[in-house]
Design a protein. Structure first.
Length: 260
């Protein structure tokens, strides 16, 4: 059972999926803010702890005890990275949409409430697979901002994925579209391109970008650059190997070229 505005419902409309790795001090503020911002929406919060070695595990256990009707926690037995954490959570997601948020508090769940009311509640286009966040401000250094601009420009030129800020962790994805995607390490960096390859539409909306609540970033420039180059080469190959077959009998919105 799940809560929405004080009432209990049988299943959530939205699964909020949050990966955590060494986010001590961020767990409670992030989870509490989701509960506050999404009041009125039937939601669940799926937290995946990617083998943290600080107090993250204890804080997640406390959050689950505090919110037993909405919070689910999974703990990896070995560290496998953000993409693996997302797929672990996806396996148990029950909502029709999955909201991805980072565990550092930089993403604003009030954007979820706003865009849910503007796009999902009135009836999202059947082929819409992802609403990708585009940060309307950056709380990074000038060097990180330049690095992101260059990386996004190169990626967009190569993949033509209809997204200008894939580094933004805020993404609202139709669950059926998410489950169409292949898994590989770092695939979370290419979600719009993968969604588009699977035959779904991509939409981009401006969202807030805030300072990290506590702790430090887990990503360094050299490590990200090296992995990003090889990942982009692999994605270039993958996106040019064709999309999926859609059977007329599936009642799949992707079969109708006008269902946009």
């Amino acid at each position: 059972m799940f809560y929405t505005g004080g009432y209990m419902v049988n299943s959530p409309a939205l699964s909020v999926l949050i990966p955590f790795f060494n986010e001590e001090g961020n767990v409670h503020p992030v989870i509490d803010e989701v509960h506050s911002a999404l009041s009125g929406i039937a939601f669940e919060i799926i937290c995946v702890n990617d083998c943290s070695d600080d107090a993250t595990s204890a804080e997640l256990a406390e959050a689950q005890a505090r919110h037993p009707h909405t919070v689910v926690v999974f703990n990896h037995v070995a560290r496998r990275g953000k993409s693996a954490a997302l797929f672990t959570g996806l396996k148990s997601a029950r909502g029709q949409w999955v909201q991805l948020l980072d565990g550092d508090g930089q993403n604003d769940p009030h954007d979820t409430a706003r865009l849910w009311a503007e796009i999902v509640t009135p009836g999202a286009p059947p082929r819409l697979g992802i609403i990708a966040g585009k940060r309307n401000s950056r709380n990074d250094s000038g060097f990180k901002w330049l690095q992101s601009r260059v990386a996004n420009g190169v990626r967009r030129f190569v993949l033509r994925d209809d997204a200008t800020d894939t580094g933004c962790g805020w993404k609202l994805i139709r669950t059926a579209a998410f489950r169409d995607l292949p898994f590989f390490a770092s695939m979370h960096r290419f979600l719009p391109a993968l969604i588009k390859r699977a035959g779904w539409d991509v939409r981009e909306e401006k969202v807030n970008d805030r300072e990290r609540l506590a702790g430090v970033s887990k990503y360094g420039f050299l490590g990200r650059l090296g992995a990003g180059i090889f990942d982009l080469i692999g994605m270039f190959w993958l996106t040019r190997r064709g999309g999926y077959g859609i059977a007329a009998e599936w009642n799949d919105p992707r079969a109708d070229q006008d269902a946009r």
